[in-house]
Every structure is written in C-alpha cells, then in structure tokens.
Design a protein around this ligand. Structure first.
Ligand code: HEM
Length: 472
C-alpha cells in the first residue's frame, strides 16, 4: 500500500471548511528508473513529486524518453486546441489500451479519427442525450428499489454497485432491446478486462517492439474474446432487423452507430469500427462514470454539511424519489458534488500526447518526439491554480462562485478530442446520485482506508465498502 498523507488519516471527520481528500503523498525527489517502473505498474498517481504540484512545467529525459508535464492553462490550451494537429495521441496510449479499442474513436488518430468523429458527433447531440433521460431514471429507480428490499445497515461495496448501475445504463442506451448475455456476466467480463489492460506494462514504458507479448494483453484476451462475440451477436441481430423492418428498430446508440455517416464523405463505419466503438463506449464510459459516482458518495460521507445540502435539495426536488426530465438542471448542489469529485479524483487521471514536429510554447522549446503529459490529477490539485486544492469544497462549482479557468479543470479533456460522452456521463451521474441520496445515507465502513489507484480509470483500491441506511 502506498503511503497516504498523514493529514488525510487525521481528518477522517469533516474539518470545518472542507474534508481533506486522501491522496498518495507526493515524493520529494523523482524515482530512479527501476523504482519508477515498479511504481508505475503499482499506481502511477503515486509517482508525482512535490514539484509537479507547484511548477507550471516539469520536463526531463528518462525511461519514457523526452517528457514534459504541463500544468499551465495557457500552455495546455496551446497543446490541446491551438496546435492540436502537432500533438496526436501517439503510440504509448495506444499500446497500453489497444486490445479491442484499436479502431475506435478513443485511440484512432489522423483521418480515421476525423471521419469517425464527424460521423459520431450526432450520436451525442443534446437531443439524443436527452432522449436517454428516461432509461437513466429507470436504472436509478431499479437500483433504489433493490436496495430498499435489502436489510437496513448492510455493508455493500459501492464501487461494485456503481459499476453494475453504469453498465445497466449502457445496456439500455446502447442495446436497448437487451444483451445476448446477462448483465452480470457482461459486467464481470468488463471489470476483469479493464483490470487486466489497465496496468502499465514495463515493456510499453521501455518502447519494446509490439510483437513481444504483453502480459496484460494476454490476460485480457479471454475477456476480450467473450466481449467481442457478445457484441458481434448483437450487431448482427440489429443489422438483420434494420434490413427487414427498419421502422421497428430502437433508436439507441447501436442503431445510431450503424446508420452513422461522415457528413463530408458520406462514408459509414466499417464492421470493425462499429464493434471497436461499442467496446470503446463500454470501456471509456462505464468505469469512468461509476468511479465518479463512487468518489462522490465517499466524499459526501465525510462531509456532513455538504451531505445535508444535497439531501435538502433532493428532498425538495424529488418528492416521489424519481428524477423527472425537467429536474436535472435544478440539481445544482448534486451537480457541484460531482464536479468537485471529478476534480479531486479525475477518472481519466492522465492525458498524453506526442509532438510530431518541433514547437515553441512561450519560451519552452518542444522537440519532435517529446511525450507531453497533461495530468488532471496534478492540475486539479495544483497549488498555483486552486485555493486549498486538497479540500473537498463543492461550493467552488455552485452558480456565482469564482470563475474557473477552462484549462485548469479537465475531467473530460478539451479541444477536438474532448470526451464525446461528457454530457451523457454527467446526465447519468446526476440522475443516479440524486436518486441514491434521496433514498439512502451511506457511511464508509469502519476501519476502511481509502486509497486512489490509477488503472484505466482512477478507482479506490480494495473497493469502497459502505454502510447503507434508508432515509425516511
Ligand atoms: C465521468 C465519466 C467520463 C470521464 C471522466 C471521461 C473522460 C474522458 C477524457 C479525459 C477524454 C479525452 C482523452 C484525451 O484527450 O486523451 C475522453 C475521451 C473519450 N470519451 Fe470519455 N469520459 C467519461 C465518460 C464517457 C462516456 C459515458 C462515453 C461514451 C458513452 C465516453 C466516450 C469517450 C470517447 C469515445 C472518447 C474519445 C473521443 C475522441 O478522441 O474523439 N466517455 N473521455
């Protein structure tokens, strides 16, 4: 286990002015090459040094080649927006995550990415995302009904519960006519798959050739096979339906993906691209959202004042316990808790790019081939950018609060490669969080120590056991 900051342990009860959200203590000095390899495999967020949380730029040459970590909003805007063409995702990220996602939107680069992004933008238009409100509210209501039937005072692993809930949302919005396997079978395969691919392999750090098998990829292969078979069966079933009786097919993400076409070229997605994007939606959209919810419920359990504010809000706005279609925008306290949880525990903790050509950012020269890291984990707790960065203070995000620089807060990234599912995720997370707080009060199980660990997304090591009590 990584050494947690003592302050985090000392303030398990809310301090006035905000709870100190635990994190691995920053290192005084960078690790040597072997220690770094080991630490990256165990938990990348435990490898940052004090300097990363204080300086705008930290650069150097080491195991990962020439690297710069940028935590200055103007420089970040330059990399992600103004000169984005010079900073594609590069090989590192692709190698770490590639099994099954290779041809999907998340990892594609260049023309393939551009065509797919244009074709898929309408899938996540405000109108389409709004059309999923009812499916999300149903999943939330089903979860509340199931918990209500369980014994009061029971301890449950909230990270597991949230993972299943967000998978159910995907099942209802991607394949609304049902999965070809049970949701639980599917959920197990997804969780094991993400667990297997999510650890950084030393061979990738060392730029070893791609033909050398990576242990993580080998471990992920059986889960990927299960996945791809299940997804292929659902695609084939839907294609048949669209050909035979087009009017009867549900307007879910699968139909929209099969009908998607690049408005500039008219080209649709290939069979492989459809499958890779379904797997991408599940891999990119499931654990990220479920961890955002898990961290929100944990942080609320540590801060009675914030919890009371959200309870009062949902009691007033959800009298029958259900999130109505017009309620979402009014849940400002609930949304502020999510925004603050995404700041303290950003599910996508690192964004990486690779410079194609020489570039000049202010007075910094970037050589071709440099790996550029922008870490929401570092940025969101950076001393230059936030007051009391480690304190949980949802009021930072309430209407009327001090404005936050667009490039100081990047839970969903920015620029052309900004998360395509951001509004889907926020709509889903607000719906689930409001429904849960309306019905239940959750407290961390006694003696459980919380430690964030970075895999595909930033999750709590050893889950999040919480005691669940009904609120009447
Ligand atoms: C709280 C939940 C989520 C978080 C924190 C999150 C975070 C991110 C971030 C930071 C990126 C940009 C990565 C980069 O620039 O390198 C991204 C991209 C992406 N996300 Fe999300 N995401 C979430 C939910 C979702 C959902 C629900 C979906 C789909 C249903 C989704 C699909 C994608 C896709 C396809 C991309 C790639 C976009 C592109 O490159 O054009 N994400 N996400």
């Amino acid at each position: 286990m990584t050494l947690l900051e003592p302050a985090a342990r000392d303030t398990m009860k809310a301090a006035t002015g905000g709870y100190r959200a635990p994190r691995p203590a920053p290192l005084d000095e960078p690790l040597g090459p072997f220690a770094l390899l080991r630490a990256l495999r165990k938990n990348p967020v435990a490898t940052w040094t004090t300097r990363h949380f204080e300086d705008k730029v930290v650069g150097g040459t080491g195991l990962l080649g020439r690297v710069v970590v940028i935590s200055d909003p103007a420089m970040i805007k330059h990399v992600l927006v103004d000169n984005a063409a010079n900073y594609p995702k590069g090989d590192f990220q692709r190698r770490v995550l590639s099994s099954g996602l290779g041809n999907g939107l998340l990892l594609a680069d260049g023309e393939q990415w551009r065509g797919q992004r244009r074709a898929m933008a309408p899938l996540f238009s405000p109108r389409n995302v709004a059309s999923f409100k009812a499916a999300m509210a149903t999943v939330a209501a089903d979860l509340a009904a199931r918990w209500t039937r369980q014994r009061d005072g029971r301890t449950v692993d909230i990270s597991n519960e949230m993972a299943r809930a967000t998978l159910r949302v995907l099942a209802r919005t991607v394949f609304s006519d049902g999965l070809t396997r049970t949701t639980d079978e599917f959920a197990d395969a997804v969780t094991r798959y993400l667990g297997a691919i999510g650890q950084v392999d030393p061979l990738d750090v060392l730029d070893a050739p791609g033909w050398i098998p990576r242990i993580n990829q080998l471990r992920a292969r059986p889960m990927l096979g299960f996945f791809e078979d299940a997804v292929d069966a659902m695609i084939a079933r839907r294609r048949r339906q669209l050909e035979a009786e087009p009017g009867t097919a549900p307007r879910d993400l699968l139909t929209l993906l099969l009908e998607a076409a690049d408005p500039e070229t008219g080209a649709g997605l290939s069979e492989l691209e459809v499958r890779a994007n379904i797997v991408t939606f599940i891999a990119a959209g499931h654990e990220t959202t479920s961890n955002a919810l898990t961290w929100s419920l944990y942080l609320l359990s540590q801060d009675p004042n914030a919890r009371t504010r959200v309870e009062d809000e949902v009691d007033a706005l959800l009298p029958d316990g259900v999130v109505g279609p017009d309620t979402l925008d009014k849940l400002v306290q609930t949304r502020a808790v999510l925004d603050e949880a995404l700041r303290l525990y950003p599910p996508a903790a690192t964004i990486s790019r690779e410079a194609v050509d020489f570039d000049q950012i202010g007075d910094m020269r970037i050589k071709a081939g440099t790996r550029v890291f922008i870490s929401p984990w570092v940025l969101h707790r950076h001393k230059r950018l936030w007051d009391e960065p480690d304190l949980f203070r949802p009021e930072r995000f309430l209407p009327g609060a001090k404005p936050i620089d667009r490039f100081a807060y990047l839970p969903f990234g920015a620029g052309p490669r900004v998360c395509i599912g951001a509004s889907f995720a926020l709509q889903e997370a607000v719906t689930l969080l409001a429904t849960i707080v309306r019905g239940f009060r959750l407290d961390l199980a006694a003696g459980h120590e919380v430690e964030p660990v970075q895999r595909v997304s930033l999750r709590p090591r050893d889950g999040m056991p919480m005691v669940m009590r009904r609120r009447n």
